[in-house]
Design a protein around this ligand. Structure first.
Ligand SMILES: NC(=O)c1ccc[n+]([C@@H]2O[C@H](COP(=O)([O-])OP(=O)(O)OC[C@H]3O[C@@H](n4cnc5c(N)ncnc54)[C@H](OP(=O)(O)O)[C@@H]3O)[C@@H](O)[C@H]2O)c1
Length: 239
């Protein structure tokens, strides 16, 4: 019998991460729903169980905390001895909470640093932790949830912390992809579009289901598929 694929989704207690978890679990993948807050994560797991009969496992993960990352990897090594899919979804957009911060002329360096910690260095540390485990089976699918706001081709003013963090996340995708090219470990960035979540707000143009769809597709790509790309709606988009 082929063992179930094991997936980790970060920031999965709400928004796009929760929906990616739901869609992966529906494909009979064993998802570890991670959340920095234990109570919120357990409520999310319970919701998937009660409403859809999905058996998702919870583990705490704060992507900015190296002790928390190590605890997750210890748990996965002990319970499953493998990791097949990693979705780096957790993200923050601090610039939007403070209009002063929204302009690069006024933004505080501390805002940029904090944003980079979550949106860029978190995924970097998590990739460093999990890729050795993926290499053991020569299999891995990594999806970095980026944003059109990190696209150099369409770079505009405002939200500098968020934009810089997603440009850098995209660079990480390319750097890892090159170093992994001898392996069946594919890593891609994707933009979910403007999605109705707490971050996107109620006026966003896309449903959460639409926002999650391309990430799930990338998380389940067959071998010899693209790696080191930037996607929206299953299509390559410019960096
Ligand atoms: N919504 C959009 O229109 C849109 C567009 C482009 C890209 N994106 C990207 O899509 C991803 C998901 O966004 P969303 O719209 O679903 O946002 P959201 O509703 O604000 O959810 C963000 C998630 O990230 C978690 N998180 C934040 N900091 C964390 C940390 N240090 N450790 C672990 N989890 C952490 C949050 O946990 P808490 O509940 O504990 O805060 C929450 O679960 C983000 O990377 C975002 O940049 C979104």
């Amino acid at each position: 019998m082929v063992p179930k694929k094991i997936a980790v989704v970060t920031g999965a207690n709400r928004g796009i991460g929760f929906e990616i978890t739901r869609q992966l679990a529906k494909k009979d993948i064993q998802v570890i729903l991670t959340s920095r807050n234990k109570t919120k994560g357990l409520i999310a797991v319970q919701k998937l169980h009660e409403e859809e009969g999905l058996e998702v496992v919870f583990h705490q993960l704060d992507v900015t905390d190296s002790i928390s990352i190590q605890a997750l990897i210890d748990f996965i090594k002990k319970e499953y001895e493998r990791l097949d899919i990693l979705v780096n979804n957790a993200g923050i957009m601090l610039d939007k909470n403070d209009s002063e911060n929204a302009s690069i002329l006024k933004t505080k360096l501390d805002t940029i640093r904090k944003t980079m910690e979550t949106n860029t260095y978190g995924p970097l540390a998590i990739c460093q932790a999990f890729i050795p485990l993926m290499k053991k089976n020569n299999y891995g699918r990594i999806v970095n949830i980026s944003s059109g706001m990190g696209q150099l081709e369409e770079m505009n003013g405002n939200y500098p912390g968020y934009r810089l963090s997603k440009v850098s996340l995209n660079a990480l995708t390319k750097i890892f992809a090159d170093e992994l090219k001898e392996h069946d470990i594919l890593i891609n960035s994707m933009c979910p579009g403007w999605v109705r979540t707490d971050m996107g707000g109620p006026n966003a143009t896309r449903s959460i289901e639409e926002g999650a769809e391309t990430a799930v597709w990338l998380a389940t790509l067959p071998s010899n598929s693209p790696s080191g790309g930037f996607f929206r709606d299953r299509n390559l988009i410019p960096w």
